[in-house]
Design a protein around this ligand. Structure first.
Ligand SMILES: [Zn+2]
Length: 306
C-alpha cells in the first residue's frame, strides 16, 4: 500500500511539473530566433488573389502614396477622438473623420497594453508576449521581420521623433531621429515639445518618405491624473493642432507631387478609468485608427471643407 501511494505521489509530482512547464511555455513564448534570412523578400510575395497568376512576384507593386506621416499619440483612447471628448477637444480631426476623405476604425490592441510590445505588434503584425512587459524598459533591437526594416530595405528614407523605444528597436533604420525618454512620467510638456519643435522644418523638406512621430504627453497625463483630468483637454487640443499643421502642410505640398500623401493618426494602447494601462479592459484596448488621404474619396455629399 505504501509503495502504491508513493508511486501515486511521484506521478502527481511529475504531472505538476509538466503543467508548470506548459504554463511557462505559453506565458513566456520562446522569442523567434531571427536572422536576416527570416525576413521576407520580394520573391515571397503571394500570388495575385484575383488572377491566380504569379506574374507580379518579380517586381514591387506600384506605390499608392508618395509620403506617409504616422502620428502615434501614446494612450490615445478611442473616445478621445470618436467620443464626445473628440468633438469638443479634437474638432479638426473629428471634422476630417466625419466629412473628409478618410477611413477611420477602432483598433483593438492585444494585451499587454504596454508601449514597447505595442510598437512591436504594430510594426511586425505579431501578437506580443508577456515577456515583452519585462523587456519594456530594456528593449533590444527588433530582429523579426517588420515594416520599418522592409521600408528601409526598399530604400525609403525615414525620420523619427518621439519615444526613444523606437530608436532602440530600430537603431540604424532612421536617417534622422530624436528620441525622447519616457522615464520622467511627471513631464507631459517637454516630451511633446521635443517632437513638435522639429515639425516646421521637417515638413518643409523633401528628403524623406516616411515621418513617424510618437507623442508621450497624453500617456503621462493619464498616469498622473487619469482620463478625466483637466489636463486632458489642453493636451487633446494640442494634438489636434499638430494634426492640423501636418495635414495643412501635406495639402500644400500635394500639388507638387503626382502621388497623394497618407496621414495616419493612431494610438498604441488606451487608458483605463484610473489612467493606467497594461490590462485588457475596453478603454485600454480600444484605440482610434484614422487614415487621411485625398486618395480616399470624400464620403457622402461634398462638404464645405477645403
Ligand atoms: Zn504607450
Amino acid at each position: 500500500m505504501k509503495v502504491r501511494s508513493s508511486v501515486f505521489a511521484s506521478f502527481i509530482l511529475i504531472l505538476e511539473g509538466i503543467g508548470v512547464a506548459l504554463f511557462l511555455r505559453g506565458f513566456f513564448p520562446v522569442p523567434l530566433k531571427s536572422s536576416v534570412s527570416s525576413k521576407n523578400k520580394l520573391s515571397d510575395l503571394p500570388v495575385e488573389p484575383l488572377t491566380g497568376s504569379s506574374h507580379n512576384s518579380s517586381r514591387l507593386p506600384q506605390p499608392l502614396f508618395k509620403r506617409v506621416v504616422i502620428m502615434l499619440v501614446d494612450a490615445l483612447r478611442e473616445d478621445f477622438v470618436f467620443g464626445p471628448n473628440g468633438r469638443m477637444y479634437m474638432p479638426y480631426t473629428r471634422h476630417l473623420v466625419e466629412r473628409g476623405s478618410s477611413h477611420s476604425f477602432v483598433a483593438k490592441a492585444r494585451p499587454p497594453t504596454v508601449t514597447m510590445p505595442r510598437i512591436k505588434a504594430l510594426t511586425t503584425g505579431t501578437i506580443p508576449g508577456f515577456i515583452d512587459v519585462v523587456m519594456n524598459l530594456n528593449s533590444p533591437a527588433l530582429l523579426e521581420d517588420n515594416l520599418i526594416w522592409q521600408a528601409k530595405t526598399a530604400g525609403k528614407r525615414m525620420v523619427f521623433y518621439g519615444d526613444d523605444t523606437w530608436v532602440r528597436l530600430f537603431p540604424k533604420h532612421f536617417m534622422e531621429h530624436d528620441g525622447t525618454t519616457s522615464f520622467f512620467v511627471s513631464d507631459y510638456t517637454e516630451v511633446d515639445n521635443n517632437v513638435t519643435r522639429h515639425l516646421d522644418s521637417t515638413l518643409k523638406r523633401d528628403d524623406w518618405d516616411i515621418l513617424i512621430l510618437h507623442y508621450l504627453g497624453l500617456d503621462h497625463i493619464g498616469h498622473i491624473s487619469g482620463p478625466h483630468s483637466s489636463l486632458i483637454q489642453p493636451k487633446l487640443m494640442e494634438m489636434d493642432d499638430i494634426l492640423k499643421k501636418i495635414h495643412s502642410s501635406l495639402i500644400s505640398k500635394e500639388a507638387e507631387g503626382s502621388l497623394p500623401y497618407l496621414l495616419v493618426l493612431c494610438g498604441d494602447h488606451g487608458m483605463s478609468e484610473t489612467g493606467s494601462h497594461g490590462g485588457s479592459s475596453e478603454p485600454e484596448i480600444n484605440t482610434p485608427l484614422v487614415l487621411l488621404s485625398p486618395a480616399f474619396k470624400r464620403k457622402g455629399k461634398p462638404s464645405n471643407f477645403a
